[in-house]
Design a protein around this ligand. Structure first.
Ligand SMILES: NC(=O)c1ccc[n+]([C@@H]2O[C@H](COP(=O)([O-])OP(=O)(O)OC[C@H]3O[C@@H](n4cnc5c(N)ncnc54)[C@H](OP(=O)(O)O)[C@@H]3O)[C@@H](O)[C@H]2O)c1
Length: 363
C-alpha cells in the first residue's frame, strides 16, 4: 500500500467528488473535505454510510469556508479547524460546470478564482496539487489524436471548457492534471447526480416517448429528422467510479505527479450505436445522422419541431470528435479495467435517471 496522504478535497459533495472521497477513504487516506451546503454534506454522508465507510472523525473531517478566498483565509481556517494545517495534498475537484456564462460570472468566477487563490496559497503552504480538469480543454477537434500534453488555446465549444483550459495554464506544470471525458453513472449501480451531457439525448428520447404516447396519430417510427453529424463520431463517456478510482491510484504515487492524464474511454460508443440503442429503447425511429455540415430537415409538425429543437441543443456534443491518447494513463494504471459501455449499462443509467426524474428527485 502506498504512503497515506492527508488530503484537502474540494468539491467532495459533487457527483465525482463523492466517489473521490469514498475511494480516498477506502484506500486508507485521511481527508479534509470542503463543503458549502449542509444538505449536500448529508447526502454524501449517507452515500458513504451505504458503502460502509467512515462518515466523520478519524480519517474524515469536514470544513466550510469560501474556497475563492483560500489564500487569504488559510490561517483563519487552520485556527478554526485544528489539524487542517497538516494536509499535504490538494485534490481540487470543485468547479462550476455551467457551460455558458451566467449573471454571476460563472463558470469563470469559480474555475479561475479557485485556481488563482490555491496557486497563491501553495507558495506559502507547499502542497502536492492534483487538479480535475476536462479532456475537452482541447476545444473542437475532428477525429485527430489529442495528446496528454498542454494544448495551445483551442476553438472552445463553451466558456466552461475555456475556463478549465485557463486554469491548466495557471498551474503551468505545478500540478497533476486529471482530464476525464464526459462523466456518466456508476458502472454497477447507474447512480448519477448530474444529468447533463449524454443524458440530454436520453432525456429528449424519453420526453418524445411520452409525448408520442399521448398523440396516437403521429408516426413514431417515421420521424424523418436528419441530424447534421457524423454517425461514426464518438461520445467519449466514462463511468464515474472509474474516474474516481483512476484519480486516486494516480495521485498516490509521487512518481506520477505533475503530469497530464486522460481519464477517457478507450472504446467509446459511436453516435450511431448510441442513437440506435436509444431509438430501440424508446420505440422511436426515423432519426438519422446525415454527416457533419448537412442541413437539418425542416420539421413537419409539432413533434418533429420539438425533436429538432432538442437536437439543436445537443448538436455540439455530436460535433466534437476528438480521439484521446491514453499513453500516460495506460502506463501508470493500465491494470485498472475501464468498464465497457454496453447496451445493458446504458439501460441501467437511463433507468436510474428516469427513477430520479432526470435529477428532479435526487435523494
Ligand atoms: N461531469 C462531467 O461530465 C465532467 C467531465 C469532465 C470533468 N469534470 C470535472 O470534474 C469535477 C467535478 O465535476 P462534477 O461533475 O462532479 O460536478 P458537480 O456535481 O457540479 O460538483 C461540483 C462540486 O464543486 C463544488 N463547487 C462548485 N462551485 C463552488 C464554489 N464556488 N466553492 C466551493 N465549491 C464549489 C460543488 O459544491 P456543492 O456540492 O455545494 O454544489 C460540488 O461539490 C469538476 O472539476 C469538473 O469540471 C466533470
Amino acid at each position: 500500500m502506498p504512503d497515506s496522504m492527508n488530503v484537502l478535497l474540494t468539491g467532495g459533495t459533487g457527483f465525482l467528488g463523492e466517489y473521490l472521497l469514498a475511494n480516498l477513504l477506502e484506500r486508507g487516506h485521511s481527508v479534509w473535505a470542503h463543503y458549502r451546503s449542509e444538505s449536500r454534506k448529508l447526502d454524501t454522508v449517507r452515500l458513504l454510510s451505504s458503502m460502509g465507510l467512515p462518515r466523520s472523525a478519524g480519517s474524515l473531517k469536514w470544513f466550510k469556508g469560501n474556497i475563492l478566498e483560500a489564500d487569504e483565509q488559510w490561517e483563519r481556517w487552520c485556527s478554526e479547524y485544528p489539524g487542517l494545517e497538516d494536509v499535504d495534498t490538494l485534490l481540487h475537484s470543485a468547479a462550476s460546470t455551467r457551460l455558458h456564462m451566467d449573471e454571476k460570472g460563472e463558470p469563470l468566477k469559480t474555475n479561475l478564482g479557485s485556481t488563482i487563490t490555491f496557486r497563491k496559497l501553495i507558495d506559502r503552504k507547499p502542497l502536492k496539487v492534483h487538479v480535475v480538469s476536462t479532456a475537452y480543454v482541447c476545444g473542437l477537434i475532428q477525429g485527430d489524436l489529442v495528446k496528454e500534453s498542454n494544448h495551445p488555446r483551442g476553438d472552445f465549444v463553451n466558456v466552461y471548457e475555456e475556463s478549465k483550459w485557463e486554469a491548466e495554464q495557471i498551474w503551468n506544470g505545478a500540478a497533476t492534471i486529471l482530464r476525464p471525458s464526459i462523466i456518466v453513472g456508476h458502472s454497477e449501480t447507474g447512480r448519477c447526480t448530474s444529468f447533463s451531457g449524454w443524458y440530454i439525448l436520453f432525456q429528449a428520447a424519453h420526453l418524445l416517448d411520452r409525448l408520442m404516447s399521448d398523440s396516437k396519430d403521429l408516426d413514431r417510427l417515421g420521424l424523418n429528422i436528419d441530424i447534421p453529424a457524423n454517425p461514426d463520431g464518438v461520445s467519449n463517456v466514462i463511468p464515474v467510479d472509474y474516474v474516481a478510482k483512476a484519480t486516486v491510484r494516480i495521485i498516490e504515487k509521487p512518481e506520477n505527479h505533475n503530469k497530464i492524464y486522460h481519464l477517457t474511454h478507450p472504446k467509446p460508443p459511436t453516435h450511431e450505436w448510441t442513437l440506435t440503442h436509444v431509438c430501440n429503447r424508446f420505440k422511436v425511429g426515423g432519426l438519422r445522422f446525415a454527416g457533419a455540415g448537412a442541413p437539418f430537415t425542416q420539421p413537419r409538425n409539432r413533434v418533429e419541431r420539438m425533436v429538432w429543437r432538442q437536437m439543436q441543443t445537443i448538436l455540439l456534443h455530436f460535433a466534437n470528435n476528438p480521439v484521446f491518447d491514453r499513453s500516460n494513463t495506460n502506463l501508470v494504471i493500465g491494470d485498472i479495467t475501464v468498464p465497457p459501455i454496453t447496451a445493458d449499462y446504458v439501460d441501467k443509467i437511463i433507468d436510474y435517471a428516469i427513477e430520479k426524474d432526470w435529477g428532479q428527485s435526487l435523494d
